[in-house]
Design a protein around this ligand. Structure first.
Ligand code: C5P
Length: 400
């Protein structure tokens, strides 16, 4: 996908995280963007203009009241040139300055003089981030349309742990990409992974699902600008960046979690391998092996996708169908029986695709059409599937 911005004005303010701006500039230029750097006085204490000039491939702007600069490329020229202003890192001090509309240095003046969208990636000590004054400044800036990228949670340069780390450069680039992406402003919910149905306190029924396909869809949707809620069964996967993850264990848990958070969801994609049956009763104590035979009575667990597809108004519903035979017939049956908008079917008895694998292949069906998505890695496949979803969703809602 093309990067959405060609002319990026990068403001670097006083924070130890300023060293990451060097990699950020490199990554932005890799996307084909031209980066003009405005460095504040405090920023220059952490990273030198010479280094920035070398990676940005152009002059670094520092002074407001410099007659030569103003003649060549004034603060107003910079303000007009920028398609987007990105402040990374943004210190607490600079946020305070910005929220009060001050214009006592070059960067704050350019921000005030420009109508380009403002993206802010803060970096500061966790206590400074949490301070009431900082939070009030952030609220005001958000209200005026500034978009905040991060901060991230974790160990800080000062040795403390908490919220306030600068996002990694790759994540800042991904956030810029997604802010105007294909799925911007869509709320997408994805279910993923296997559920576990307890037999007794130590045993359960489950099925083979790594959750990778659903996590890849959540990641790809987030990168294309969607607000993503990922309802996850039991998996061993990290949460994709920027995704809201809600963990569940049983089918009933997952059903309740989806029901609680479904309001406002535009697209529901069910990749979860929900256990179709669960023990009708759960033993409260561990079952002893003192009989030769043990009979478990199973009952149907709730069908989450069917529940969502019955809602009024109903989100655009995408189901998955893992099949070992008659893939086409079963997929089309599912499309009609569950009242779905799309079914993505895959063979699960072929080597190197499907369960646990890094690759997959899909055959996608909707009313009046179908498309084969040949074998590839799950993230690429997720993007191809989301492209189809966006097209069909656009047709269904008339927004395309
Ligand atoms: O009916 P079947 O289990 O084959 O349908 C598969 C699709 O339905 C998948 O998208 C799966 O995530 C979803 N499903 C569900 N709740 C269940 C069973 C399946 O959401 N209890």
């Amino acid at each position: 996908m093309n990067f959405p911005f060609k002319n990026i004005l990068l403001g670097i303010t006083g924070s130890i995280a300023a060293y990451k701006s060097i990699e950020l500039i490199r990554r932005l230029r890799e996307q084909g963007a031209t980066v003009k750097v405005v460095l504040t006085c405090a920023g220059a204490a952490f990273v030198t203009p010479l280094t920035l000039q070398a990676v940005a491939g152009g002059k670094v702007y520092q002074d407001l009241l410099n007659a030569d600069n103003e003649l060549q490329f004034s603060h107003l020229d910079l303000a007009r040139w920028a398609e987007v202003i990105l402040i990374a890192p943004a210190s607490a001090d600079f946020l305070a300055k910005l929220s009060h509309g001050m214009a006592d240095d070059l960067l704050s003046t350019v921000c005030l003089a420009s109508d380009a969208p403002l993206k802010v990636a803060p970096a500061m000590n966790q206590q400074m981030w949490a301070a009431a004054a900082t939070q009030a400044n952030i609220a005001l800036l958000r209200q005026r349309g500034a978009q905040f990228l991060g901060p991230a949670q974790g160990v800080q340069a000062c040795g403390e742990t908490g919220l306030g780390r600068l996002l990694e450069p790759a994540d800042i680039v991904a956030q810029l990409q997604s802010s105007t992406g294909l799925l911007a402003h869509l709320h997408i919910m994805v279910t993923a992974g296997a559920t576990r149905e307890a037999i007794d306190p130590v045993r359960f029924i489950s099925n083979r699902s790594s959750g990778r396909m659903g996590f890849a869809i959540a990641q790809a949707a987030q990168q294309w600008g969607a607000r993503v809620t990922l309802v996850s069964g039991v998996v061993a996967l990290p949460t994709p960046f920027g995704v809201q993850r809600l963990d569940c264990i049983s089918a009933q848990d997952m059903h309740n979690t989806v029901q609680q958070h479904i309001a406002g969801v535009a697209v529901f994609i069910a990749t979860a391998a929900v256990a179709d049956y669960r023990p009708a009763t759960q033993a409260t104590e561990k079952i002893k092996k003192n009989t030769a035979m043990l009979t478990l009575t199973l009952e149907r667990s709730p069908d989450i996708l069917a529940m969502v597809a019955r809602l009024q108004p109903k989100p655009f519903c995408v189901g998955f169908a893992a099949e070992t035979q008659n893939l086409r017939d079963h997929a089309l049956q599912k499309l009609h029986n569950k009242n779905l908008d799309m079914v993505a079917a895959n063979w699960v008895n072929q080597a190197d695709i499907g369960f646990d694998s890094l690759n997959n292949a899909l055959q996608v069906f909707w009313r009046g059409g179908e498309q084969i998505l040949p074998k590839t890695d799950k993230l690429t496949l997720a993007r191809q599937l989301l492209t189809l979803v966006k097209q069909r969703y656009g047709c269904a809602t008339g927004t395309r």
